[in-house]
Write a protein of this length. Structure first.
Lengths: 327, 329
């Protein structure tokens, strides 16, 4: 399939935004400017860009463990303030959660970001309630639950798919199968290396998508969302992809596997080839886009660094709604 | 509380009235849980409500406690007012993560952008041979969780008023219903009213010793007080009603007055509510105390099945009396 050039170029820009964001963040993390832990989504940009392209601010998404990119994209698309995700990761007062959430706990309901949760799978239960509220109110929104392959090991995976199926809830399950749960290969950790095999029993459409092909990913997300919005119930997409980030201790995967995914299957490189094949843009046009996005990310990093730290008094605020903390 | 006519109702009927009133008042209120629909719940608390409000608002679920609480939280993020039933409090381990890491932290970690106004009704407590997995008092499992509210009524009137207040409150609330109280009767006002959260009640006024208790232990403490009155000991019984965050002011005021404190809960002694109360009273009232604070609690064991064994480990009136005597020495 072929996407029109405008859409394809927009997606190319989005993918670069994710990659530049993650690389910039990683650089600052290594310098000690970003506290906590770092899980980057480099290599998985096509999946995130495809989802972000179709989700509206009136939909909900629960981002996965490598979610900085889609969080920033959602901010940028709906409010034009992607830098607030960067600031959040720097623990600054200007972040989307004023520095209280950080990586893995960033949310902004105004852009449909219902919050990541560092306990893998936890929000697979939460997404049911968001979808149920849409259903009970007759609101044609989609609740998208982005998970990794590792998440499938959790009991909530099965509770969630079952309940979404019996109640025909408007849930899009987007499983980003990058081959490994930290170090555990997907085929070793689960009864099938194809997650759809585990989902199929719940009676919803289950589709494997090449998660590194932006055109396919975009089209499959569109199809799934159309199906859900029409009131047909949940839909399960499994994106086959690969994460560039190894372990904190270094690369653990075979050299030929690394080479294959980084060189032959790089989603940005593949998108670039598709664009150039249409003959409407030149290589220099794409390089300009790349440079613009990288400059934008540097501005976001500067913004984050220049932002004030939160007032320490915030640490005891909002433990309860309407009540002071107990002590 | 409004001044309205009262009738005699059981604890279960009072809860049922509260749910009915809440459902009628607010279309955002709905219920979900195992067998709460046509069957009316394992203890009959939701009886008749499915027929009145239908499938969409009285939702039977599979045995999926994590999904029950997750669904509650997710819908509450969008302004719904779910009332979930976890059939036995012992099963709450199945949804512990949902409560502790999601419901309790949602408002805080997302900087106030979301609220999780859920009520989780659950049947707790022992004394009927339910064995290790149908008898526990779980409040201690949540005492160390900022953001969670624990409500624990001891009378039918409070059961109704506290449940209505809980459903209206914007925080995630675990509403503990002690099974031994389900069939007790009491005066219950008609119609809508709320009983304030975070406000303890003086269940019996006295001047020599303060007993702070919750749920069934309130009744054990009242029975102990009645017996000791014959010996000339005046016992004040404080019914905590909200366990977290609790009404320290009422507790401390009473202890400052009496100079003696017994704290009573059914759960195991170590790390429980009685321990928390004892520490706070010790810190705040040290110079008012005529004796060390005494704890009444379950023994530090799982709950055994055989009634003889269960009776041995769960506290009752006799343990309260013994503790009062010890602080009166």
């Amino acid at each position: 399939m072929t996407l029109d050039i405008e859409t394809l170029v927009d997606l190319y820009r989005d993918m670069w935004l994710i990659r530049a964001f993650e690389f910039g963040l990683e650089r600052e993390f290594k310098k000690g400017n970003v506290p906590g832990m770092l899980h980057t989504g480099v290599g998985q940009e096509a999946t995130q860009a495809a989802l972000a392209a179709h989700l509206k601010a009136t939909d909900a998404f629960f981002p996965d463990h490598r979610c900085h990119g889609i969080n920033a994209l959602a901010e940028e698309k709906h409010q034009g303030d992607g830098e607030r995700i960067m600031a959040e990761l720097f623990g600054r007062a200007t972040g989307v959660c004023s520095g209280k959430g950080g990586s893995l706990h960033s949310a902004n309901p105004k852009v449909g970001n219902f919050g990541d949760n560092a306990v893998e799978g936890s929000y697979m239960a939460t997404v049911l309630g968001v979808a149920l509220a849409y259903q009970m109110r007759g609101q044609p929104s989609v609740a998208c639950c982005i998970i990794g392959d590792g998440t499938v090991g959790r009991g909530e995976f099965h509770e969630s798919l079952n309940m979404a199926a019996i109640w025909k809830l408007p849930v899009l399950y987007a499983c980003v199968n990058n081959g490994y749960a930290i170090s555990m290969p997907v085929g070793k950790g689960h009864a099938s290396a194809d997650i759809v095999d585990l989902a199929r029993g719940y009676g919803m459409p289950c589709v494997i998508v090449d998660g590194n092909d932006i055109e396919l990913a975009y089209a499959e997300v569109q199809k799934a969302i159309d199906y859900i919005r029409a009131g047909n119930g949940p839909y399960f997409l499994e994106f086959k992809t690969w994460r560039w980030q190894g372990l904190f201790s270094g690369e653990f995967r075979p050299a030929e596997e690394v080479k294959y995914w980084k060189e032959d299957r790089d989603p940005i490189k593949l998108a670039r080839e598709k664009i150039l094949a249409q003959g409407k843009l030149a290589a220099e046009d794409l390089e300009r886009i790349e440079a613009e996005v990288k400059a934008q990310i540097e501005e976001w990093i500067d913004f984050a660094k220049a932002s004030p730290m939160p007032d320490p008094a915030k640490a005891t605020a909002d433990v309860y709604v309407g009540w002071e903390a107990a002590s | 509380m409004t001044q309205s006519a009262t009738r005699t109702r059981t604890f279960v009927q009072a809860l049922n009235e509260a749910l009915d009133i809440a459902m009628a008042r607010d279309p955002n209120v709905y219920m979900l849980g195992e067998d709460i629909g046509e069957m009316g719940g394992d203890f009959g608390v939701t009886r008749g409500l499915w027929a009145k409000y239908g499938d969409a608002r009285v939702r039977d679920t599979p045995l999926s406690e994590a999904a029950i609480i997750g669904t509650s939280v997710g819908s509450a993020m969008l302004g719904m007012r779910p009332v979930a039933e976890i059939m036995f409090a012992d099963f709450i381990g199945e949804c512990y993560d949902q409560l502790v890491n999601n419901a309790a932290k949602m408002h805080y970690m997302f900087d106030g952008q979301f609220k999780a106004p859920i009520v989780v009704r659950t049947a707790c407590g022992g004394g009927f041979g339910g064995g290790p997995h149908h008898s526990q008092s779980v409040e201690g499992w949540f005492l160390n969780v900022p953001g969670i509210v624990l409500v624990a009524p001891s009378t039918p009137a409070d059961a109704k008023g506290l449940l209505l207040a809980s459903i209206e409150n914007d925080n995630p609330i675990i509403f503990l219903e002690h099974k031994a109280l389900y069939r007790i009767k009491g005066d219950v006002p008609e119609g809508y009213y709320t009983t304030p959260l975070r406000k303890a009640a003086v269940a019996r006024a006295g001047s020599d010793v303060t007993v702070v208790a919750t749920m069934k232990m309130v009744h054990e403490a009242l029975a102990a007080a009645a017996e000791l009155e014959k010996e000339g000991v005046s016992v004040e019984v404080i019914d905590l009603r909200t366990i977290r965050p609790y009404d320290a002011e009422t507790v401390l005021e009473s202890v400052r007055k009496t100079g003696r404190a017994v704290v009573a809960n059914e759960a195991p002694r170590i790390g429980g509510l009685a321990a928390e109360l004892s520490a706070t009273i010790g810190e705040e009232c040290f110079h008012d105390l005529k004796a060390p604070v005494a704890r009444v609690a379950g023994l530090d064991t799982p709950i055994p099945f055989s009634l003889v064994l269960e009776k041995y480990i769960l506290p009752g009136k006799e343990q309260v009396i013994a503790s009062i005597r010890s602080v009166m020495k």
